[in-house]
Design a protein around this ligand. Structure first.
Ligand code: LLP
Length: 409
């Protein structure tokens, strides 16, 4: 998080002090660095420059319209998984010929929307879906550009809840069943098979699963023996949430993908989500109460699992840092928890922390991906505001949801 730094013990986003922002905005809120978003995208594109891929930002990581618009302006396309995400991508100005649509359960309505908007690819995940798309194509007298998503049976060695490429996972068509699937769909007159796609999981921290997937795909495409316009290699690149987290060596991977592309003579698509926006945001929260427990103090903050689900869902580790740093250490262990009436509404424990008091502000770090987009109205709490910093200024890029509208809806 290079754009989130202490300056004279005060936490800054770019050149804006968070203290200034909390003075003017009620916590909790998401706070993003525009520079960090731009830098991440440019860095990713640079690493894969020789591959010249179409980078389709995985909208599910962050569907804030301003953020999607920023990425779109930098050249990004979008990977969407619902009609809503598709409409958001279009609204953010992303051209249909840069949009791919994934997901195991696309509805007829969503497919029609994608077809009407002439998006680049619908990544088909089952025979029944292919039959439905072909039918829609036939009824509308259209040839529809599809890819098929393969389940390569590769273990991404990530958290089991975000692993998608093993045979036991619901995603893609298994290679085992592929030939009977293909025999059937190649006869469909209203489908144009343009691509093969894979996505083996998320928060992947080692190179091996990616290498293995390329090997499986090379073999598979060789046997398939058709000319593909695109191979969509998905996303999944992990970020460093903790010091222990290693990262995929993207430079090495870029070389492998370059060779793969040359061999197959096709275009490459990537669908990165977390790696583009994960480290671009924090969740700023106020310490509501401090309560003595029997062997630790509970620091009850005003952000809860409704605002940020990752710790409750995946036992994820996100550091919480103070907005004003002091050198005075408290002696008791503490646990940051939220207000929601669930035991899993808790964030992180520390054996030692600086001295803090009620009314102080803290920031949950690395929440730019799957933070706001996973938030909910659980316990009838409104969705919180999102704020974007640009150097020394900031603006609200999503207003806090109105409580009265929420209770009347
Ligand atoms: N493409 C497809 C088809 C996907 O399903 C996903 C993520 C991505 C791309 C982007 O993956 P990324 O580059 O962001 O790893 N909520 C979980 C993550 C779920 C990811 C689901 N699919 C979390 O907070 O860790």
């Amino acid at each position: 998080m290079t754009h989130f730094k202490y300056f004279k013990e005060k936490l800054f986003v770019e050149s804006t002090s968070m203290l200034n922002i909390v003075k003017k905005n009620k916590t909790p809120f998401y706070l993003y660095s525009g520079q960090q978003i731009k830098e991440n995208y440019i860095k990713f594109a640079k690493i894969f420059k020789n591959v010249n891929p179409l980078i389709c930002f995985a909208a599910k990581a962050n569907t804030n319209l301003t953020i999607m618009r920023m990425l779109g302006r930098l050249g990004s396309g979008a990977d969407v998984v619902s009609g809503g995400e598709l409409l958001k991508a279009l609204k953010a100005g992303i051209k249909p010929n840069k949009i791919v649509f994934s997901g195991v359960g696309k509805t007829e309505e969503e497919l029609k929307l994608a077809i009407k908007n002439k998006i680049l690819l619908i990544n088909v995940e089952s025979e029944s879906e292919a039959i439905l798309i072909n039918k829609i194509g036939k009824n509308n007298n259209k040839i529809i550009s599809i890819g098929f998503r393969i389940n390569p049976n590769v273990d991404a060695k990530t958290h089991k809840k975000i692993s998608t490429g093993k045979a036991e996972n619901k995603f893609g068509v298994s290679i085992k069943n592929f030939s009977s699937f293909y025999k059937k769909i190649k006869k469909f007159k209203n489908l144009k098979i343009n691509a093969v796609s894979v996505h083996i999981g998320s928060q992947i921290l080692s190179d091996a699963p990616y290498k293995k997937t390329l090997d499986v795909l090379s073999e598979f495409i060789k046997d398939l023996n058709i000319k593909l316009k695109y191979v969509d290699l998905g996303g999944g690149f992990g970020i460093k949430y903790t010091k222990k987290d290693k990262q995929v060596n993207l430079n090495n991977y870029a070389k492998l993908v370059y060779d793969f592309k040359k061999k197959l003579n096709c275009n490459i698509i990537f669908e990165p989500g977390r790696s583009l926006v994960g480290n671009t945001g924090v969740l700023v929260s106020k310490i509501q109460y401090i309560k003595k427990g029997s062997n630790k103090n509970f620091i009850i903050i005003d952000a809860g699992m409704n605002d940020f689900m990752r710790t409750a869902l995946y036992d994820a580790s996100h550091d919480i840092v103070p907005i004003v740093r002091t050198k005075r250490k408290s002696q008791e262990p503490i646990e940051f928890v939220g207000p929601i009436c669930e035991t899993s509404c808790k964030f992180i424990k520390y054996k030692k922390y600086q001295k803090i008091k009620e009314g102080d502000f803290v920031a949950i770090t690395n929440v730019g991906a799957y933070g706001s987009s996973l938030s909910s109205n659980y316990n009838t709490k409104p969705l919180i505001a999102e704020i974007l910093v640009d150097k020394n200024s900031f603006k609200i890029i999503r207003k806090k949801q109105n409580l009265f509208k929420l209770i009347n809806s």
